[in-house]
Ligand binder design. Sequence first.
Ligand SMILES: C[S@@+](CC[C@H](N)C(=O)[O-])C[C@H]1O[C@@H](n2cnc3c(N)ncnc32)[C@H](O)[C@@H]1O
Length: 450
Amino acid sequence: MVESSTSSANVFQAQSSAQKRALSYSNTIHQLFNSVFEQEMPADRIVGEYFRANKKHGSKDRRVIRESLFALFRWWGWLKKVHTSTEQDESWFAALAMVAELEQHNWDQFSEAWREFANQSNQYSIVSSTKTMPTVVDKCQYVQQSFTDIEFNPRDLLPIWFWDITDINAIDELALIEAMSSRPPIWGRAQKCTAQQLCAQLQSESIDASTSEFFSDTVNLGHKSINLNGIKAYLNGQLEIQDLGSQVIGQICAPLSDDNWWDTCSGAGGKSLQLRSLMLTQDDKGLGSITASDIRRKPLAELAKRAKRAGFKGISTSPWKDESLPVAAESFDGVLVDAPCSCTGTWRRNPDMRWLDDVSVVNDKQALQLDILSRSAKAVKLDGQLVYATCSLSPVENEQVVKQFLCLHPHFTLQQLSHPFTGRAATMLTVWPQDADTDGMFVAKMRRVS
Ligand SMILES: C[S@@+](CC[C@H](N)C(=O)[O-])C[C@H]1O[C@@H](n2cnc3c(N)ncnc32)[C@H](O)[C@@H]1O
């Protein structure tokens, strides 16, 4: 049988078995790629639903489809200049072959077939043109050589509006682009055991894991996707998945073993669990407590499950029902506000979001962030701590919110912090993705002084 493409005016005929598979992958990737834009839904969800409905794909198929799809979004800032239609035409195949080269995917037979459908020769290769690991600048030169009449720039890899809402003087721009064009590893935390013990346990289950130089409970699980429900250490609560950037927040909170903390925007409780784990590591009697709140009930139910899996007592939930405080006023040693935000700091893991969102995701939430922070602050005891965090890389959602809060609430003062990865001292910290191969985060810590 001759496989052919399904959505093009030009019909591409595949002869060899590699070409047939390459065309079949292309059909699926094209359908998924267009669905993300048409439905404005995260690629992760679209691809998850597709694989649940289409069980025919084996693990290799899934890997080629998934990794090519995410790579298309990672490099879309350049590829959209090459592939300007929504058809599965020659330029589409050129884009597919290009991402395989940019990400050095090891499915040469398919990228070769895509190149043939694109009517391109394999004239240039990043690998042969650079001796070490190719940088984003090498990759830009490679794309430029392949399409000489189009202009490419590393900055294109993030949307234009992003450059307007971040403090580019504060960063090494190229290092940020480099980080945003690659995937961070899967980071986790050891609970109820040391990171060394957890790594040994994971290695006994044939999972590569290593500790981190930064926090004593961190484990690095590398880049391979893992089935958590097949891992004993996960099922018995010794392993929780949490990005290392996100772990900075719990470490900055630094709860004491007998503290009472309120996690006001807990979601499914990634940070509630970390806070509790940090308390129990100091004293396993577990005198302190965590109260977790969110406006959504479902994540709170998920947190309850995760706490049970970890065997953690001392975590309770109390949803926000309206504007009034769901906890007692002035009663907490610490309050963490991990506010809803644009999530620009998580674009490494969700590269599609940078093209689905627009600048309004950054500008629209400031009033809500200030409001949640102000209401939450009422629960802080005299001398207690108030921590404001986001996974945004924009001062609009970060420094500006904290400064406005302090103007309105002069009985709180900022505390001096030390950046855990760079050692830089500051009162408001942005953890850039390039600092330690993580998601991006922001954190500020205040103390109630009167
Ligand atoms: C950044 S996420 C929290 C992530 C979570 N802390 C974690 O570590 O996994 C922000 C959370 O704020 C919640 N949220 C949104 N609006 C809220 C509001 N007005 N009051 C309280 N929580 C809100 C969202 O439901 C979401 O779960």
